[in-house]
Structure formats: structure tokens, C-alpha cells
Write a protein that binds this ligand. Sequence first.
Ligand SMILES: Cc1cc2nc3c(=O)[nH]c(=O)nc-3n(C[C@H](O)[C@H](O)[C@H](O)COP(=O)(O)OP(=O)(O)OC[C@H]3O[C@@H](n4cnc5c(N)ncnc54)[C@H](O)[C@@H]3O)c2cc1C
Length: 465
Amino acid sequence: MARIGIIGEGIAGLTASISLARKGFEVTLIGKGIKETNSYLAQAGIAFPILEGDSIRSHVLDTIKAGRYLNNEEVVWNVISKSSEAYDFLLSLGLNFEENEIEGGHSFPRIFTIKNETGKHMTKLLYLRAKELGVQFIKGFASSLAIEEGNCYGVFLNGELLKFDATILATGGYTALYKFTAGSSLNLGILIGDALMKGALASNLEFIQFHPTGFIGKDVKLISEAVRGAGAKLINEDGERFINELEPRDIVARAIYRQIQKGKKVYLDATKIEDFKEKFPQIYMFLTKEGINPEKDLIPVTPIAHYSIGGLRVDLYYRTNVENLYAIGETADNGFHGANRLASNSLLECVISGLEVARTIVRDNPRVKEVKEIKDTTQELGDIESVKEILWNYAGIVRSEKGLKEGLRKIERIEVDERIKLLVRGILECALARRESRGVHYREDYPFMKKEFERFSIFDGRCLL
Ligand SMILES: Cc1cc2nc3c(=O)[nH]c(=O)nc-3n(C[C@H](O)[C@H](O)[C@H](O)COP(=O)(O)OP(=O)(O)OC[C@H]3O[C@@H](n4cnc5c(N)ncnc54)[C@H](O)[C@@H]3O)c2cc1C
């Protein structure tokens, strides 16, 4: 049986590992541990349009409306239509959801949740089941991809080539390239940049979602959308409400940003939520550690980098354009989220893409070719802190031609892993080329959506839009 290597132990990678192991493949999963993933941190839950009164069509429409019509419709229908399959898969592993909630942009309470620690429960269970199925776990960080002449042969780990018939990138997104994020610091997109350097295509890199209600204290954390879903209100320091809290994330994030630009502090007032502690135990715990009792006190909030909508370009079946290289979850982009990801659609995509890629691999029946010598292109990380400053300042919630050009000038002068530099150039160049505002990409010099830009961007070393 073919040997499959999966990089990244989040929900996408773990789902793929279980599905492939069940099909009899020899599966190796490389990662730094499930607690180092964004999947583990996911709070609210996973969207399934499977309750009475809901419909696939309604979920598709919500996804495309939030995505500002940039979504690939075929992908959206394909993913959402497989919801009941994904739900069954999770239940077959022994998962028990507790409640259903509504979140911004959804027209139905279709978010399945477990005590607002949904990611933790899902990740732990998937990990356990993958172990039971004989998936081999290797603790470590894959430092580069073994790609030669359009073919992937595996990955390098600690200087050694691990050969696989198929390699699946499930390394998450690249939000850790931004100064403030509540996500894993490992999500730097190094292997996305590496793949790009070796001929893979990326798309929609300019679309970075900012979560409206980040909390920057001793630690950077997130106050889940579900808290607003449960009735918490956003107010400024004068006690004024300035936005409907259940609008999609991009709108709420910009409204908060504008208040902050005006010099006003912004707070989430969750004092009217009954049983906050029972409903949101994880959030309650970290807030009390920061000296805030959400049942009595206002919670100071600010937008933070949250989700990479763009990623390695994949087809409907999660193939990249490099032979034997696949990408799933937040690493990949096939147009599901459009210009703005709808809340709780990410975990859905992780499970569906993990299940789907396993079927694709069965059909493709990939076999690694004879390997000539392949060079390990691992590099030193370098000055990553300056990269984070540059993206935060010039490719943040509000962008402009002047700022993006300044960002491009600055990035060239930084000494940092060339693969990260390439990825960052992709974000900045595509944000510069998209002379419109759409979804999470907001240009103060082009504040409207334009028909001529109703298409995705491709980055192959330069931005094609
Ligand atoms: C705080 C927070 C809350 C969220 N809440 C929700 C929610 O309620 N619902 C929802 O749908 N989405 C939510 N999201 C988004 C969602 O969690 C992620 O998009 C999703 O979990 C991504 O899963 P993944 O499997 O693609 O990657 P990840 O879960 O990010 O896992 C990939 C992991 O691979 C590892 N890795 C990276 N590079 C390498 C390498 N070279 N070698 C080895 N390992 C590597 C890293 O540890 C990385 O974290 C949330 C995100 C955050 C940060």
C-alpha cells in the first residue's frame, strides 16, 4: 500500500489520517503536538445545515453573501452538501455535540458546539482514533518539501528525507506572520512559501480575516463570536453602541477599528448573559486570570489577525499543481470562503477536505518515483518580528497603495527566510493589485467593490489578477 505523509496535526490533518488509515494506507503524521494547532483553540464550533428548518441552500447563500460573491460556487455547494457526511463521521468517532448556536452572518442557529471548546474536544478525539488506527506520529517540524521538476517526494525533517508516495500539507494558515493573533505561533506558512518557491501556485493571499473581538492582555486571546450570539453588546468608552454585533466579521472588525482610530476604547458588554461561566468556561477562565469578571466587568476588545483565507491553490479535490502534493484545511484555497470566511465554516472545511483528499488519493493512486538527489532547502528563520510589524502596519484591516508599497520596500530589506519573504510579497502584491474593497480586504483609496475584480488572484512569484 502507498505511504502517505501528512504535515500538521490539526483537524484537517487528523481527519485525513483517519480516513486514509481506514482505507488501508500506511499513514505518517508529522507535527509538534495537537495543542500547538489552531484547531485545538477553536471555540464556537462547526457549522452544519442539518437541523429541521435549515437547508443546504440557506447555508450556501450565507457563505456566498459573507464571501462577497468571490466564492467558487461549485466548491461551496460541494463542501456544504457533504455536511451530513462530516457530521456522521464525527459521531461515528464518538463525538457528542451539546448545543446549537447562531453566529454573525448565519441565518440559522446551525453552529454545533461543545462548551465553546469545540476544537479541543474534536482534536483530542480525532488524535485518539488516529492512534488506534495505527497512524504513525512523528513529533517535529518538517523544514522543507522535497520537490523536484514538479514532483513531490516527501519532506525533510532534521536534515533527513522522509519519502512518501503522496504528501498532504495540513500546516494551517499564515496568521502568525501578523503581530497580534490568538492562533498558534507555528502558523508562519513556511511550507506554503517553500511550495511556492518550488512551483506551486497560491491564490487569494491578500484576504486575511481579522477577528473583531480579540483580547490583548498578558496573552492574546479571542472572545468567540458566540458570546455576541448569546447577546453581548459592543460599546465604546462613551457607552454608545455603534454596530449590529451579528454583522459578518469584516464589517464588525472595521467598525471597531474606526472607533479605535478615533481614540475610543471598545468593550464587549457580556454582563446580561446568564450563566456566562457555564456557557463559556474557557473564556471565563482566561478573563478572570486577567482580572476581568465578564459577569460584572466590561471586556476590552480589539481586532486581531485570525484566519488566512488564501493559501495553496487546490482543485475541487485538494490537488495542488505539483504532482503527489495535496493541501487541505486552512493551508489550501479553492475558493470556498470567497473574500470573507463565514464563522464556523473553517472546521467544516477541515473535516470535508480531510475526507475528500483521502478519496482523491485512492483514485490518483500516487507512487513516488525514483529519487535522484534532492537538496534540502531549509533556512534560518531570521528577523520574523520585523515581518510581523510590516504586515500589521501595511497589510492590516485598512490598506492603501502608499502603505502597501512601503511594506514591499521594507520587506526587501529584512533578513528573513526567503520562503517567508516570498509569501509576504504575495500578500502585499496581491493586496496592491486588488484596487477595490471586498470582504476582509479594505482599501481606503478604493473603498467600493468593483465588478472587474470579481475574480480570484493567483500568485506564482508575481500577482496575476
Ligand atoms: C482562537 C481561534 C478560534 C477559532 N475558532 C473557530 C471556530 O469556532 N470555528 C471554526 O470553524 N474555526 C475557528 N477557528 C479557525 C480554525 O480553528 C482553523 O482554521 C482550523 O482549525 C485550521 O485547521 P488546520 O487543520 O487546517 O490547521 P491547524 O489547526 O492550524 O493545524 C496545523 C498545525 O500544523 C503545524 N505545522 C505547521 N507547519 C508545520 C511543519 N512545517 N511541520 C510540522 N507541523 C507544522 C502547526 O502546529 C499548525 O498549528 C479559530 C481559530 C483560532 C485561532
